[in-house]
Design a protein around this ligand. Structure first.
Ligand code: ARG
Length: 399
C-alpha cells in the first residue's frame, strides 16, 4: 500500500517530467496527477505539457486562467507600476495563481500532498510553498531535496520512457507568461558573458528593428488599459498585441543582476515588450491626473506593493491595504497616451485626460488669467528657514 495521490505542478519540461516517475518510485506515491496552468505560455508549450501529462501521469489537468491572470494580477500590477529592481515582474505575479489552481485540484482529488519542480535556490519555491502551506498541504520538491544533475535526469527520463525534447538539451531555463519571458542559467550564469541574441524569443535587437518609428495610442480607464489606437480590446488580447508591436521594435529587454529573496544575486535576462510600453504610458498618465502629494506617496506604496508582489505574498494583509489605496487613486487615471516605439525605446509623445489636473490657460507663458504679482508674497517666504540659517552663519562669522 503506497501513499495515495500526489498533485504535481507540471510544465512538461525535464524537471517536472521526471518528477512523475520519481514521485512513485522514490517517494512511494500510487498516483501522480499532473496540472498544467495556462498563464499565456506559447500555445505549443501548453499543448506539449497537456499531451505529455496525459501520456505519463495517471491523470492530467490543463487549466486556462489567462483572463484571470491578466485581470487580477497584471491589471493590479499596472495600477501599481509594478517593478522590482527596475524590471516588470512576471513570473512572480503568476506563481501564486498557479499554486491556487494546484490546491483546488488537490482538494478535488482528495490528495494531501502536492509537488513542484523548483530548486532550493530560487524564488519560485517560496512563492509556491507559501500558498501550499496555507492550504495545509504536504509539499514535495524533488529537485530541492535530491540534488540531481542534468545528466542524471536525462538518464532517468530515458529509463522511464519519459519523452524529453529531441533537440539538444535546452541550454537555458526559460519561464514564460503573457507578461514576461525570463531566461537564466547556462553560460548566462557568468555575469560578464554577453548574451547571444538568440536567447530572446519575443523581441528583435535594436539593430534589427525597423528604421522608421511606429506610433501607437493607448486608452486607459481607471488605471487599466482598454484600447490600442482607439480599438477596444480585452486585457489578454491587448497585451499579446502590444508584445507583438513592441517586440518588432526591440522594446522591453533587460539584462540585470537581481537580488533574490534568499539573498543570492543572480544574472537575469528578460523580455517584456507590452509591460514596458504599458508601464511607461501608465506612469505618464498618472503624472497628468494625480496631485503632487498623491504621486510622492504612491511612489512609496508602489515600491512596497512591488516588494510583496515579487515575494508572491499577495495574502499578506498589507497587500490588500496597499491595493485599496492604489485603487482609490486609479479612479481618475483615465485618458489616452501616445507613444513612439523606435529601436528599443518606448517614448511618450503626448497625453490627454478628462481628469487632468492641468490647465494650459493657467500655466501658459501667453495668458493673463493668473496675476503674476500674487507670487511675490509667496516668494518672500519661500526658503525662509534656509535663509535664516545662512544669515545666522554670516553673523557668527563676523563675531
Ligand atoms: N528571477 C525571476 C523571478 O524570480 C524569474 C524566475 C524564473 N523562474 C524559473 N523557474 N525559470 O521572478
Amino acid at each position: 500500500m503506497g501513499k495515495g495521490k500526489v498533485v504535481l505542478a507540471f510544465s512538461g519540461g525535464l524537471d517536472t517530467s521526471i518528477c512523475v516517475p520519481l514521485l512513485k518510485e522514490h517517494y512511494g506515491y500510487d498516483q501522480v496527477i499532473t496540472v498544467a496552468v495556462d498563464v499565456g505560455q506559447p500555445p505549443e508549450d501548453m499543448k506539449m505539457a497537456t499531451d505529455k501529462g496525459n501520456k505519463i501521469a495517471d491523470k492530467h489537468y490543463t487549466i486556462d486562467i489567462r483572463d484571470k491572470f491578466v485581470e487580477e494580477q497584471l491589471f493590479a500590477s499596472i495600477k501599481a507600476n509594478g517593478s522590482y529592481e527596475g524590471y516588470p515582474m512576471g513570473t512572480a505575479l503568476a506563481r501564486p495563481l498557479i499554486a491556487e489552481e494546484i490546491v483546488k485540484i488537490a482538494k478535488k482529488e482528495g490528495a494531501d500532498t502536492v509537488a513542484h519542480g523548483c530548486t532550493g535556490k530560487g524564488n519560485d519555491q517560496l512563492r509556491f510553498d507559501f500558498v501550499f502551506r496555507k492550504a495545509g498541504l504536504k509539499i514535495i520538491a524533488p529537485m530541492r531535496e535530491m540534488n540531481l544533475t542534468r545528466e542524471w535526469e536525462m538518464d532517468y527520463a530515458a529509463k522511464h520512457n519519459v519523452p524529453v525534447p529531441v533537440v539538444k538539451a535546452k541550454p537555458y531555463s526559460v519561464d514564460e507568461n503573457c507578461w514576461s519571458r525570463s531566461i537564466e542559467g547556462g553560460v548566462l550564469e557568468d555575469p560578464s558573458v554577453h548574451p547571444d541574441n538568440d536567447i530572446y524569443g519575443w523581441t528583435v535587437s535594436k539593430q534589427d528593428a525597423p528604421d522608421t518609428p511606429e506610433e501607437i495610442t493607448l486608452g486607459f480607464e481607471k488605471g487599466v488599459p482598454v484600447s490600442i489606437n482607439g480599438k477596444r480590446m480585452k486585457g489578454f488580447d491587448l497585451i499579446m498585441e502590444l508584445n507583438k508591436i513592441g517586440g518588432r521594435n526591440g522594446v522591453g529587454r533587460n539584462d540585470m543582476i537581481e537580488d533574490r529573496i534568499l539573498g543570492l544575486k543572480a544574472r537575469e535576462n528578460y523580455e517584456h515588450p507590452a509591460a514596458t510600453i504599458l508601464l511607461a504610458a501608465h506612469r505618464d498618465l498618472e503624472r497628468l491626473v494625480l496631485s503632487r502629494q498623491e504621486l510622492s506617496f504612491k511612489h512609496i506604496v508602489d515600491d512596497k506593493w512591488s516588494e510583496l508582489g515579487y515575494m508572491g505574498l499577495i495574502d499578506e494583509p498589507l497587500y490588500a491595504a496597499l491595493c485599496a489605496f492604489i485603487d482609490k487613486t486609479q479612479e481618475r487615471v483615465n485618458g489616452e497616451v501616445d507613444l513612439v516605439l523606435f529601436k528599443g525605446s518606448a517614448t511618450v509623445a503626448g497625453r490627454r485626460s478628462p481628469d487632468a489636473l492641468y490647465s494650459d490657460d493657467l500655466v501658459s507663458f501667453e495668458s493673463h488669467t493668473i496675476d503674476q504679482n500674487d507670487a511675490v508674497g509667496f516668494s518672500a517666504y519661500f526658503g525662509f528657514q534656509a535663509r535664516m540659517k545662512s544669515m545666522l552663519e554670516n553673523k557668527n562669522k563676523k563675531n
